[in-house]
Write a protein that binds this ligand. Structure first.
Ligand code: HEC
Length: 245
């Protein structure tokens, strides 16, 4: 019993430590079984992100198949870059151009959900705020001094951060954001914008590991098989042992 307790402690403690990051992240609550959400997220991605970020390891055709799009729908609403259906999601901007405009080679987003995590992305894309000291006039509460413009501002609107200063144990002044105030309204309500970002993050999570959907589908089949097999095995056991008793 003692041993089990100690093992549990070692399993649980690191989880707790992990959960206690120094930043507060909102929950993305991804749901890969929701195809409408994935399609919506893919549309936002190709419309608002793919002009700068590539998704070099994702093929349009694979995406269409996984999220339930016909070839016609795919071509009409999801492909702008002049790519072919079988190609990967590249951008026209070269690394050198990206460096010239943004001072950095813009990262590829195929597996960003695996490196950053869905909650981080969900929070990041909702926490841009106006900051006139930054080159694009915006800063980000989740990724300080980020080099990315607030590309979704027309949807979300522009928001101002409300700061509060408090002193830490050593007496250093620390500025923290306690909330946001909309200064220019966007075309979406807060709930609509949150939903849009939820769908976008859902799509990014799918893209980071497309095989996950196959695993889910397979997992359900395996469980059904095991359930049926259990009934059969039980019937068989009864049959074998009925003469022994
Ligand atoms: C105008 C070009 C542009 C567009 C459009 C754009 N981004 Fe960015 N993005 C950047 C740049 C530049 C950076 C690098 C920022 C840095 O490292 O300071 C970046 C960084 C990021 C990062 C952080 C990557 C990291 O280092 O972990 C994420 C996540 C991201 N973008 C997501 C998105 C999403 C999602 C969209 C679509 C809604 C989008 N971006 C649209 C230019 C863009």
């Amino acid at each position: 019993m003692k041993k089990i307790f100690v093992i549990c402690l070692f399993v649980v403690l690191p989880l707790l430590a992990n959960a206690e990051g120094d930043e507060h992240l909102d929950k993305a609550n991804v749901d890969l079984s929701n195809q409408k959400s994935l399609q919506n997220g893919a549309r936002t991605f190709v419309n608002y992100c793919l002009s700068c970020h590539s998704a070099r390891y994702m093929r349009y055709s694979r995406m269409a198949k996984d999220i339930g799009l016909s070839k016609k729908e795919l071509k009409k609403d999801y492909m702008y870059a002049g790519n072919k259906v079988g190609e990967t999601m590249t951008v026209a901007m070269t690394g050198a151009e990206s460096k010239a405009y943004f001072g950095i080679k813009i990262p590829d987003l195929t597996v960003i959900a695996r490196s950053r995590g869905p909650d981080w992305l969900y929070t990041y894309l909702r926490t841009f705020y106006t900051d006139s000291s930054r080159p694009w006039g915006v800063n980000n509460a989740t990724f300080k001094d980020v080099g990315m413009p607030d590309v979704l501002w027309k949807l979300q609107g522009l928001q101002k951060a409300i700061f509060k200063t408090h002193k830490d144990a050593e007496g250093n002044a620390i500025k923290v954001i306690t909330g946001y105030k909309t200064v220019v309204p966007g075309t979406m309500s807060k709930a609509e914008y949150d939903k849009t970002i939820h769908d976008l993050v859902n799509f990014l999570v799918y893209m980071g590991e497309p095989a996950k959907m196959v695993r889910y589908a397979l997992g359900v089949k395996v469980l059904i098989f095991l359930a049926v097999f259990l009934v059969l095995a039980y019937a068989l056991k009864k049959e074998f042992w009925k003469d022994v008793h």
